[in-house]
Every structure is written in C-alpha cells, then in structure tokens.
Design a protein around this ligand. Structure first.
Ligand SMILES: [Zn+2]
Length: 217
C-alpha cells in the first residue's frame, strides 16, 4: 500500500542498495526536493570533471551503504594511483565525517512534510504539513479560514495562470526565432513553414555561390 495518495508521484532516485527513494516527487519533476538539488549539483560537477578529465564517481552519501561504497571507490583510486594522496586523505576525512553524521540525517522524512509544490510554499500556514490536509484539495484551494474557496474564482485563477505560462512559452519561442522567420500578419503557420523553407534554401544557395566565386581553384 502506498503511504500517500496516488496523485502524488514518487521520487525516482534509486539508492546505492537498489531501493527507490520514498519521498514524493516535486510537481512536474522526477525527483523529490532533496534529490532534485543533488541531481542539479551532480550536473555541475560532471561539467567541471569533463574539463579536468577527472574520472571518479562518489555516490551521494545519504546512508551507511553509500558511504561504504564511497570508501571502496577511494581505495580503488588510491591503489590504481589515479588520485593523489592529499585528495585521497581529504576525501577519506569527508567520508569519516559523513559516517559520524549519518545517524542524525533525515533525507527521507515523513512524506507529507516534504514540499512538492514550490510555488505554493508562501500559502502554507505555520505548523502545517507540506500538503493540504484535505483529500484532493491543495492549499491554494482553501481560504484563510480553512474553508474551500469558490470553485469559479479558482477556475479563473488557474486559467489566468495557464494563459500567462502559455504567453511565456510563446515569448521564449519568439526570441529564439530569427526576425525573418517570424509569423507575418495574416500569415498562417503552414504558409510561414513554406516561406521559411524557401528562404533557407535561397540563403544556402547564395552562400554556396559566394563560396564558389571565392574559391581560387
Ligand atoms: Zn528522493
């Protein structure tokens, strides 16, 4: 049986021992708040690692299993001389600290205390759980007195929000489109597609001609 309603997705992070994280995922994301942050940080590390051509992976030290695996990885790197003594010593020290601290961590708290909707954080009353105590009803759907708000107003708010998001997406697309490829007044999307293809073909042809004329052979 699941611990929380099925409408809330489960975090897809898999721990070192193969079990799945039991926290609820953030809305529209695949990870919970904690693992989402870790995923973003890991991406940053991956980028700098590519620059340094340094190749090692340490699991997120979230439990005793992953710290043990981290120790194994450092030992492997030392024996294969792929890490200098100073870095190895500091990493071992960090793992030692992690191991002393692990029993005090709570990376997988009670699911209903985990934030799944960052936009609604401002509406949470003090002492409330992260989720609304009412089945199928979010905090944004409740008034200050805790009673359900007028569904018509909620619908208006939702529609305004969706319209805003759509406009945002449209603006982003527009900014990414070169000026001569944007939709003209009274032009249909289909006609625009035909015009853009033609324009691009002409531009490619002109570039080729220029290249040919400049070629000394
Ligand atoms: Zn998680």
């Amino acid at each position: 049986m699941s611990l929380y309603p099925e409408r809330v997705a489960r975090c897809q992070h898999i721990k070192i021992n193969g079990t799945q994280c039991g926290s609820p995922a953030l809305r529209r994301e695949i990870y919970c708040f904690f693992h989402m942050r870790w995923a973003l940080k890991s991406m940053e590390i991956d980028e700098s690692r590519q620059r340094e051509r340094w190749n090692a992976t340490l699991a997120l030290p979230e439990d005793a299993d992953s710290i043990q695996m981290g120790l194994g990885e450092v030992i492997r790197l030392m024996l294969t001389r792929r890490v200098d003594h100073r870095t190895a010593a500091l990493t071992l020290y960090a793992l030692q600290t992690a191991s002393a601290n692990v029993k005090h961590t709570s990376f997988e708290p009670e699911p209903t205390t985990v934030v799944i909707d960052r936009e609604c954080v401002g509406q949470r009353p003090i002492g409330a759980t992260a989720w609304s105590p009412f089945e199928e009803r979010e905090y944004e759907e409740l008034g200050a007195d805790g009673r359900a708000r007028d569904p018509w107003i909620l619908k208006q708010e939702r529609e305004a929000r969706e319209e805003h998001e759509q406009l945002d997406r449209w603006l982003t697309r527009l900014e990414a489109t070169p000026a001569n490829e944007r939709l003209l007044p009274n032009e249909s999307q289909r006609d625009r597609g035909i015009r853009v293809r033609k324009q691009r073909a002409q531009a490619a042809e002109a570039a080729q001609l220029k290249l040919d004329s400049e070629c000394p052979l």
